[in-house]
Design a protein around this ligand. Structure first.
Ligand SMILES: *[C@@H]1O[C@H](CO)[C@@H](O)[C@H](O)[C@H]1NC(C)=O
Ligand SMILES: *[C@@H]1O[C@H](CO)[C@@H](O)[C@H](O)[C@H]1NC(C)=O
Ligand SMILES: *[C@@H]1O[C@H](CO)[C@@H](O)[C@H](O)[C@H]1NC(C)=O
Ligand SMILES: *[C@@H]1O[C@H](CO)[C@@H](O)[C@H](O)[C@H]1NC(C)=O
Ligand SMILES: *[C@@H]1O[C@H](CO)[C@@H](O)[C@H](O)[C@H]1NC(C)=O
Ligand SMILES: *[C@@H]1O[C@H](CO)[C@@H](O)[C@H](O)[C@H]1NC(C)=O
Length: 477
C-alpha cells in the first residue's frame, strides 16, 4: 500500500463499521433519511410517503456537476417546431387507440429533421397506443400528468426479427414482438417529460409468459437499435412487458432521472440494459423491478461472438435499486461481444438476491474486464458479490463447447452491507479461471456462519475486507 490512501481506507472502514453497528443503518449512513424494509416491501407498491425522486435526492443529494453525464444532445435550446398529438386526432381517454395519430404525427415531423428537428408534445391525458416508431431529430415530450399507455392487445405490436447478436428472440426461438417505443438507425433523439409516465400495462404479457401461451419473445418498453446521441430523462416507466429500456448497438446515450417501477414478481422486467453499446451514461435513477435493476450485455454465444460488438465506456452513478429476484447491477450473462471499461459509482441496493453480479457460461466466449464498482450500499441482500460461470441458458444446440469467457481486471471497493446472507460467491471456470479480481474497503454484516465466501477457480487480492475473504484472494500489504 502506498502513502495515505491506506489511512483513508481505514477511516472509511471504521466509519462504515460504526454505521452498521449503530443499529440505525439508513439513518447514519444514508444522509439522515430513515426507511425500513417494511416501507418498501409491505406490498409491491412503494408505500414510502416520499416520491421516488425525493427519496433518491435525500440519499444521494444533488451530485456535483462535474460528476454529471456529459451531454449527448442539446436538450436545452429546444426544437424550432412543435406539434401536439391532439393535432393528429388523438384522444386521451385511455380507451381510444392512438397508434395512427402517433404514426401520422411522426410522419409529418419528418420534414423538419433537416432544420433542427421537432417536438411531439403529449399533453395531460391517458394516451393508449400500440408500438410507436420514432425518427431522428425528434423530442418526445410528455407534459406533467401525461401518461402514454401501452396497448394490451398483442396485435398492436408488429413481429420483428431477432437481433443478430442473439440470433433469435431472447426468450423464445424465432422473431419477437416490437417494443412499445422503438427506433432503428436514429440520431439526436430526446425522450423526456416533466413528472410524466409511460405505462406498458405489462400484466397481460407477464401472465401469457407464465402460461406459456406467447408465440414470440416479449417486447421492451423502449428499444433503440443502432442509434446515437440519445437522451432519455425525467420520466416514470412502469409495468414493462420485458426489459424496460434497451439501447442496443447504440453510441452516446444518456439515461437520467428516471423512475422505473415494475412489480417484484413481474418476470424478466430488468430496468436498464445497455447492450453492445458504447458511451452510455446512466445516473440518478430509482429502479424497482422484477429482475436486474441494471444489466450490461453484449449478445450471446455464437451469435454474439460473430457480431462482435462490445459494450464499453459505460458509467452508472447514483442509482437507488430495489429487486427481490435478481441483482442491483449485473454484467451478462449475455457478454459474448465483450464488456469493458464500466464504472459504477454510487448505488444503494435493497432486498435483492445479488448486490453486484457478473454472470457467464462456457459457450459465451467474450470477456468482462476493466470493471470498477465503488461506493455501494447493500441492504438485505442474499449474496453481496457474485461472479459466476455457471449460467445455463444457450440460444440453441450449436454453441461452442470450448468458447470460454475471460473474466479479469475487476475492482470493487467501498462496499458496505447490512443483513447480508453470503458475502461472496466466486465460481470461476476450471478452463478459464477468473483473475485479477480486487476487493478493497468492504464491510459486510453477514447474518450466517455458513459459506460466507464460496470460491473456486478465482484469483485476486484484498485489502480491508471484512469478513476476511477466502484463501483464493491474497492479502495486499
Ligand atoms: C407527479 O405525479 C404524481 C402522480 O402521477 C403526483 O402525485 C405528483 O404530485 C406529481 N408531482 C409533481 C411535482 O408534479
Ligand atoms: C399463437 O399462434 C397461434 C397459432 O398460429 C394463434 O392461434 C394464436 O393467436 C397466437 N397467440 C398469440 C398470443 O399471439
Ligand atoms: C428534468 O426536469 C427538470 C424539472 O422539470 C428540469 O429542470 C431539467 O432540466 C430536466 N432535465 C432533463 C435532462 O430533461
Ligand atoms: C439474513 O439475510 C437474508 C438476506 O437479507 C435474509 O433473507 C434472511 O432472512 C436473514 N437471516 C437472518 C437469520 O436474519
Ligand atoms: C470455439 O471457440 C474457440 C475458443 O474461442 C475457438 O478457438 C474455436 O475456433 C471455436 N470453434 C468454432 C467452431 O467456432
Ligand atoms: C458453493 O456454491 C456452489 C454453488 O451454489 C454449491 O454447489 C457449493 O456447495 C458451495 N460450496 C460450499 C462449500 O458451500
Amino acid at each position: 500500500m502506498t502513502g495515505s490512501p491506506g489511512y483513508q481506507s481505514l477511516q472509511f472502514l471504521l466509519l462504515l463499521l460504526s454505521c452498521i453497528g449503530s443499529g440505525k443503518f439508513w439513518h447514519t449512513c444514508m444522509g439522515g433519511h430513515s426507511v425500513t424494509d417494511d416501507d418498501h416491501f409491505a406490498t409491491n407498491e412503494v408505500l414510502n410517503p416520499m416520491s421516488p425522486m425525493d427519496l433518491h435526492k435525500s440519499i444521494f443529494g444533488k451530485g456535483k456537476s462535474k460528476d454529471r453525464c456529459a451531454h449527448t444532445v442539446n436538450a436545452w435550446e429546444g426544437r424550432p417546431h412543435s406539434v401536439s398529438i391532439t393535432d393528429f386526432g388523438a384522444v386521451g381517454d385511455g380507451k381510444t387507440l392512438n397508434t395512427h395519430a402517433f404514426e401520422n404525427a411522426i410522419f409529418y415531423l419528418r420534414s423538419y429533421a433537416a432544420n433542427g428537428g421537432a417536438q411531439l408534445y403529449i399533453p395531460v391525458g391517458l394516451w393508449l397506443t400500440g408500438s410507436i416508431t420514432l425518427i431522428s431529430h425528434l423530442t418526445l415530450f410528455l407534459e406533467n400528468g401525461a401518461t402514454i399507455l401501452g396497448s394490451e392487445d398483442f396485435f398492436d405490436y408488429p413481429v420483428i426479427p431477432g437481433l443478430p447478436s442473439y440470433g433469435r428472440g431472447r426468450e423464445l426461438p424465432g422473431p419477437r414482438f416490437s417494443s412499445l417505443i422503438n427506433g432503428n438507425g436514429l440520431e439526436d433523439v430526446i425522450i423526456t417529460g416533466d413528472n410524466a409516465t409511460i405505462d406498458g400495462q405489462g400484466a397481460v404479457w407477464w401472465s401469457a409468459f407464465r402460461k406459456k401461451t406467447l408465440n414470440y419473445t416479449r417486447g421492451h418498453m423502449l428499444e433503440l437499435i443502432e442509434s446515437k446521441n440519445i437522451l432519455i430523462s425525467n420520466l416514470t416507466f412502469k409495468n414493462s412487458p420485458f426489459w424496460t429500456i434497451h439501447p442496443v448497438y447504440c453510441k452516446n446515450v444518456v439515461v437520467k432521472s428516471l423512475t422505473i417501477l415494475n412489480p417484484f414478481d413481474a418476470p424478466n422486467t430488468d430496468g436498464i440494459d445497455p447492450d453492445s453499446s458504447q458511451h452510455v451514461c446512466i445516473e440518478d435513477c430509482y429502479i424497482s423491478v422484477g429482475d436486474d435493476a441494471i444489466s450490461i450485455k453484449s449478445g450471446w454465444d455464437q451469435f454474439g461472438t460473430s457480431f462482435a460488438m462490445p459494450s464499453k465506456h459505460i458509467k452508472v452513478q447514483r442509482i437507488l435499486a430495489f429487486s427481490r429476484s435478481s441483482a442491483g447491477i449485473s454484467f451478462g450473462s449475455e457478454m459474448s461481444g465483450g464488456i469493458s471499461d464500466v464504472k459504477v459509482d454510487g448505488m444503494v441496493v435493497t432486498g435483492a438476491r445479488w448486490g453486484v453480479r457478473i454472470k457467464t457460461a462456457v459457450g459465451r466466449g467474450g470477456y468482462v474486464r476493466g470493471i470498477s464498482v465503488k461506493n455501494i450500499v447493500l441492504h438485505s441482500i442474499r449474496t453481496a458479490i457474485a461472479v459466476m460461470g455457471n449460467y445455463g441458458e444457450h440460444p440453441d444446440e450449436n454453441w461452442n463447447r470450448t468458447a470460454y469467457p475471460l473474466i479479469e481486471d475487476i475492482r470493487m471497493k467501498n462496499i458496505v452491507g447490512e443483513n447480508i446472507n453470503q458475502a461472496g460467491l466466486f465460481l470461476g471456470l476450471q478452463e478459464s479461471p477468473f483473475r485479477d479480481i480486487h476487493l478493497a474497503n468492504i464491510a459486510l454484516q453477514v447474518n450466517t456462519t455458513k459459506q460466507i465466501w464460496n470460491c473456486s477457480d478465482v484469483a485476486g487480492s484484498y485489502i480491508f475486507v471484512f469478513p476476511q475473504p477466502c484463501v483464493e484472494f491474497t492479502r495486499k500489504t
